[in-house]
Design a protein around this ligand. Structure first.
Ligand code: SF4
Length: 466
């Protein structure tokens, strides 16, 4: 009897829709958010605890980009698997303590594929062990053999069922094999396509499932090529396109022009020009809209459709019900049967959500041309999730003084610095410092902390061991 009760309790615990650690982290995040971002569209603190990234693990990169947000010393630090694994493990442990048992985290440094495949795999496994859903951030100039060794391991057996990669491609990068000094974005299309094809081949060979994001820095020099790039990239097989308007952060020797005139509006206008339609982003906010702009949707037969139309009250009602009742449920990374039970447990308390969801689904289906059309697209493998994002890092010249004031508990009087503080307070992209127990915004990491950290790492991990 006692054992049965214990099993039942365990089952109840496992199928609990939201883990108590996540619920606590969400409540903390929501309570700490500035009032202006606590909108009905806000997912930070209601569904998401925020994204995470590593730092100080492998700062070196073998391409040279202009701009580059790494500090001048980054390329003088040796890539070291043991150091990476120790740091990743410690950083993830702190993130798990502070942000709960589940979050998306980027394995990011310099260039991730400078790690030996086994070290890269060990870092990903350490992140998974801490409940993180990791994404490796690469410049995409990587050989198929490297990826195969990452996936399969020395014994030839597959060690990952699924991998998530972001490939960064833009014409501001220098040193890519075959496109050392690209004169246009179009010159990089074969390299973008090749990157996706490498994963297709891996899937055919090993059964690996994957999620690929395309990331791109946008500066005045390539802004007018964004629309054509979007049109070229959409059919390739990425599931996300993320754009980062260039900021004055990192190695100042790599700033080639003023970046101030390229902002989220300018990039979004190019995106809409590419798709020939409005791309609504108002239904979902992630942190401060000056930092992040997001549009979730899907591609069907080459046409993009949003999941939520902010002009439709019924769809907004569906979003509200989702955030109120399903916020915090880990939809990705949870085994399907377990997820189904979690969803049923939510619906037991909110049976009206079934009708709300059906109304929403009917609208989305109608928008995409009806169920038959979607089914045909799915059969032809022409149906795919596609998220668009603009993430606008801030200039170091603003972040450093704004952060210094925040550390002293002071609100800046100067409007520009106050706006910076507001954005930092609603940051969605955190980096962990186990030595102090602190989580800091990535803007602070790159603008304020990276130079000192890389100078220390340069002594700890010199390129030529002494
Ligand atoms: S890292 Fe910077 S730009 Fe990104 S969300 Fe945080 S504060 Fe905003």
């Amino acid at each position: 009897m006692g054992r049965l009760t214990a099993r039942w309790r365990e089952l109840v615990e496992r199928t609990r829709p939201v883990h108590p650690g996540t619920a606590r982290a969400l409540a903390e995040r929501w309570a700490a958010l500035p009032a202006h971002v606590r909108t009905p569209a806000q997912v930070l603190g209601r569904h998401a605890v925020g994204c995470e990234g590593t730092h100080g693990v492998f700062p070196r990169c073998n391409l040279t980009c202009s701009p580059c947000y790494h500090s001048a010393d980054a390329n003088k630090v040796r890539v070291d698997g043991g150091h990476t694994l120790r740091e990743v493990t410690a950083q993830m442990a702190l993130l798990r303590r502070r942000r709960g048992p589940y979050a998306h985290a980027q394995l990011i440094g310099g260039e991730v594929t400078l790690l030996a495949p086994d070290d890269h795999a060990a870092a990903l496994q350490a992140m998974r062990a801490a409940g993180r859903s990791p994404m490796s951030m690469t410049h995409g100039d990587v050989d198929a053999g490297y990826l195969r060794a990452l996936v399969t391991g020395p014994d030839g057996r597959r060690r990952f069922d699924r991998l998530s990669f972001a490939g960064h491609f833009d014409s501001l990068m220098r040193g890519r094999r075959g496109a050392v000094r690209p004169r246009s974005e179009a010159e990089l299309h074969p390299f973008r396509q090749r990157f996706v094809q490498q994963f297709r081949d891996l899937r055919a060979e090993t059964g690996l499932r994957y999620h690929l994001a395309h990331t791109m820095t946008v500066a005045p020099a390539n802004l007018d090529q964004v629309a054509a790039t979007v049109r070229a990239v959409l059919p390739m097989g990425f599931s996300m396109m993320s754009f980062q308007p260039a900021a004055h952060v990192g190695d100042a020797r790599r700033w080639k022009e003023s970046y101030t005139e390229v902002d989220a509006d300018a990039v979004w206008a190019e995106l809409e020009r590419a798709l020939g339609r409005r791309v609504p982003h108002e239904a979902v906010e992630f942190g401060d809209p000056r930092c992040n702009r997001l549009a979730f949707g899907f591609l069907a037969d080459g046409a993009w459709h949003p999941f939520v139309d902010p002009a439709d009250p019924a769809e907004l009602a569906a979003r509200d019900a989702f955030l109120a009742h399903f916020g915090g449920v880990a939809f990705s990374g949870t085994p399907p049967v377990l997820l189904a039970v979690k969803v049923l447990r939510v619906l037991r308390h909110h049976p009206g959500d079934v009708a709300v969801a059906l109304r929403w689904a009917r609208r989305v289906l109608r928008r995409a041309g009806g169920p038959r059309r979607l089914l045909t697209a799915a059969r032809a493998r022409r149906l795919r999730l596609m998220t668009f994002e603009v993430h606008s890092f801030m200039d170091a010249a603003d972040v450093a003084p704004a952060w210094a004031l925040m550390r002293r508990g002071e609100v800046a009087e100067e409007p520009r610095l106050r706006a910076t503080q507001e954005r930092l307070a609603a940051c969605t992209y955190s980096m962990a410092h186990p030595e102090t127990g602190e989580l800091v915004p990535a803007c602070v990491q790159h603008s304020v902390l990276d130079p000192g950290e890389n100078a220390r790492l340069r002594r700890l991990l010199p390129l030529t061991p002494v």
